[in-house]
Write a protein that binds this ligand. Sequence first.
Ligand code: 2P0
Length: 322
Amino acid sequence: MLGEKITARAHTNIALVKYWGKENEQLIIPANSSLSLTLDEFYTDTSVIFDESLDSDVVTLNDNAVNDEKITKFMDIIRKNAKINTFARIRSINHVPTSAGLASSASAYAALAAAGSKAAGLNLNERDLSRLARRGSGSATRSIFGGFAAWNKGNDDESSYGYSIQNPVKMDINMIAIILDNQPKKISSRKGMKISIETSPYYESWIKQTTEDFQTIKDAIKENDFTNLGKTAELNAMRMHSLTLSSDPSYLYINSDSLEVINMVKELRENGVECYYTMDAGPNVKIICQSDNINAITDKLSDKFTNDQIKVSGPGEGIKYL
Ligand code: 2P0
């Protein structure tokens, strides 16, 4: 019923097989399929209520007014699907450092898709919800689902959707996020991936390799093979970052603090503590590990970083209404 306030919670996800490039920018159809782990510590709560008295959408993020054309465009897609013209009040509380490579747009658009579509009177299944979330931000496609999730590349709006790979997660797996910088990034992922697909001479090899990595990680999940999952995720992340370096102009999300964490992971591993690193479109590093090693890793990190910078997270749930 229009006029009812609906609130949804979506958790963010970290890709183990990265998405880095669009085949169709308008519909956000990716150049490759991707696979992620949804995290329980980072999430967005979003409320939407359609209100006949408004003459534009009114949006707040963490109680600050925001004026973002992307959000209005996204709401227009919901309005078109629901055949309504009414504007909405949108209140979003982000429990993720915004734009810091912790994929805040993933939880943001997943929560907005869920709350917005339901408030507009649509009753979408999870696949259609993931297709809607995709129109806001690619990585949001995967945040509809808990645990291990994937985004099927597809080739049009119908066939490019998210799905569950395994939830609840059977593997003992955690991610330790090291927050090195929570300022908005200088080169948005949207812009970065466009430069890479257009100019990196290695882009074709990336597609070939990442398709293999997808299968390897899918098999590792099925076989509960943490080692193969971690190794492949680390390689895939660095393969993605090598696209940034080989673009024209080149750009880089890795900074000197990121390198320090990467070296710590290598040292830990040499000392028998199994862990792997991954990075997204920002300097923060996420360490992939199993429960027994969390203390050894956080001890080592605390030599250099404060407790506030170190966030341990297990697998998180899919979309839910509050
Ligand atoms: C991912 N990232 O798979 C990759 C890895 C960052 C690095 O998806 O343009 O905010 O809104 O579709 O989803 C971040 O890009 O980009 C991202 P748009 P998005 O998680």
